[in-house]
Design a protein around this ligand. Structure first.
Ligand code: GDP
Ligand code: MG
Length: 178
């Protein structure tokens, strides 16, 4: 979508989850179609915007990535302010990142508005082509997501798998809500 086209709707979506699961990579892949192997903490950038077309409407998605605060669990209430959606991400090769999901979701529930749409994403599927290195089973991710009435996807930012599908599904739900 060209940048001179003004969107009909703007939705704010914030990312949470352990450091290293791939939140920044997901945002980079979705917004700029790039991927970097190196781990770098984003500093200073609040959010990026990408517009998509959904049923002939231009929808701007404002994606809020942490600037490394998740390492210190210092994500503030302010971060969730006016969020339409929250993406809670884990790494399917990290048991710990999956275990921490419940803590992330409860901090979201404490701070976000009640009608905020939650999505759970298991990232790095490219690392488990044969499911051999997989630590978190797809079924377990889906079960946890269902418990919280959340959408669920497994993605790879590296190989660009399911990124667009996930974001479109979220945008669709948000659009249909109002
Ligand atoms: P964040 O701390 O959650 O923002 O995580 P980053 O996006 O910085 O990613 C942490 C590390 O995981 C980086 O080295 C990335 O290159 C790598 N990474 C992120 N997403 C993927 C993915 O889908 N597949 C693979 N193989 N590596 C990934
Ligand atoms: Mg990051």
């Amino acid at each position: 979508v060209p940048s001179n086209v003004s969107p009909q709707r703007v939705f704010k979506i914030v990312f949470i989850g352990d450091s290293g699961v791939g939140k920044t990579s997901f945002v980079q892949r979705f917004c700029n179609n790039t991927f970097r192997e190196s781990f770098s903490t984003t500093i200073g950038v609040d959010f990026q915007v990408k517009s998509i077309i959904l049923d002939d409407r231009v929808i701007a998605l404002q994606l809020w990535d942490t600037a490394g605060q998740e390492r210190y669990r210092s994500i503030t209430k302010q971060y969730f302010r006016k969020a339409d959606g929250v993406i809670c991400m884990y790494d399917i090769t990290s048991e710990q990142s999956f275990k921490n999901l419940r803590n992330w979701i409860s901090s979201m529930k404490e701070s976000a508005s009640d009608d905020c749409v939650l999505t759970v994403i298991g990232n790095k599927t490219d690392l488990c082509p044969e499911d051999d290195k997989r630590v978190v089973r797809q079924k377990d991710g889906a079960t946890l997501a269902a418990e919280y009435d959340a959408l669920f996807f497994e993605t790879s930012s590296k190989e660009s798998r399911c990124i667009m599908e996930a974001m479109e599904a979220i945008a669709r739900i948000l659009q249909e809500k109002e």
